[in-house]
Design a protein around this ligand. Structure first.
Ligand code: DGY
Length: 306
């Protein structure tokens, strides 16, 4: 049972293992619809907007062997509850690293160079002419990028930032550039978030963290919305505590804190981190491979352990 559209390559692969049913609804299923949909499933291929938990497993019934989340993040999955029922859980790491790092860097450029503002100005047909003080942004060369969450995606962002002449500090436990979270906030000209959403990272960027950043600094979030307290972010921007923010993910996705929507110093994109044809196909195919392996009695390629 596949809870939402996936690319054909992945459907074909799944069909090698059994009958494939893809939800025809072009929207997230409500919990009761989702539970009804998965009834009798051997495998569930789910999306980050689905709650994949013990209730879902119970609704599927005793034949459920594998839950494949088509995302690297798995905060929507109750891994211990599924593992306790003997169900294998998988995610899709690796295949989306570059696409997500590219998007994070695109957002970083968009917010520091005021691209959204420039676009809106032209589209609103506002009169303008080139002058030396017009829509000035902030250069990156010699500036410091603070990377919170120094895993595969964080490192890929660091590689891009180095090519732009930025210094890197990160929250990784060791290695060049490793600093405390407090030092990272105080030193960075841009803070980019790449940690998973866990109980420890929920609202990691709260009012105090935002106050600890430089007034000239920018925040970029391409991980999960709840890592940032969006109301506190709106307060901080209103108070001039930071210079701007670029967000691809939202606390109550798909809703966006209304005060952020009207701000020119905020760049917004609708969870597009992995949204390239190649990457989304790679993610779905990896999820499908995991299902085929588990249903074939073999170990999956990318298992999530409790
Ligand atoms: C993920 O994989 O966790 C992203 O948020 C969606 O690609």
């Amino acid at each position: 049972m596949v809870t939402r559209w996936i690319p054909d390559d992945a459907v074909k692969l799944l069909a090698e293992a059994g009958d494939v049913v893809v939800s025809p609804a072009d929207r997230p299923l409500a919990p009761d619809e989702l539970h009804e949909f998965v009834s009798g499933a051997s495998a569930v291929v789910g999306m980050l907007h689905d709650r994949l938990d013990g209730a879902l497993a119970d609704a599927a019934g005793p034949g459920l062997k594998v839950v494949a989340n088509v995302a690297v993040g798995y905060d929507n999955v109750d891994v211990p509850a599924l593992a306790a029922r003997g169900i294998v859980v998988t995610n899709t790491p690796g295949v989306l690293t570059d696409a997500t790092a590219d998007l994070a860097f695109g957002l970083l450029l968009a917010v520091t160079r005021r691209l959204g503002e420039g676009e809106r100005l032209l589209r609103s047909r506002t009169p303008w002419s080139f002058h030396l003080g017009f829509l000035l942004g902030s250069g990156l060369q010699g500036k410091t990028l603070g990377i919170v969450g120094y895993g595969q995606i964080g490192r890929a962002v660091a590689k891009r930032a180095e090519a732009f002449g930025m210094e890197i500090v990160h929250s990784g436990r060791s290695g060049r550039g490793s600093v405390s979270f407090e030092e990272l906030l105080a030193r960075s000209d841009v803070v980019s978030l790449h940690c998973p959403l866990t109980p420890e990272t929920r609202h990691l960027i709260d009012a105090a963290a935002l106050r600890a950043m430089k007034p000239s600094a920018y925040l970029v979030n391409t991980t999960r919305g709840p890592v940032v307290d969006e109301a506190a972010l709106a307060d901080a921007l209103e108070a001039g505590e930071i210079a701007g923010a670029a967000l691809d993910v939202f606390e109550k996705e798909p809703e966006v804190e209304p005060r952020l929507l009207g701000r020119d110093d905020v760049v917004l994109s609708p969870h597009l981190g992995s949204a390239t044809i190649e990457t989304r196909t790679g993610m779905a195919v990896l999820a499908a491979r995991n299902v085929v392996e588990v249903l074939g009695g073999r170990a999956p390629l990318t298992e999530v352990k409790p």
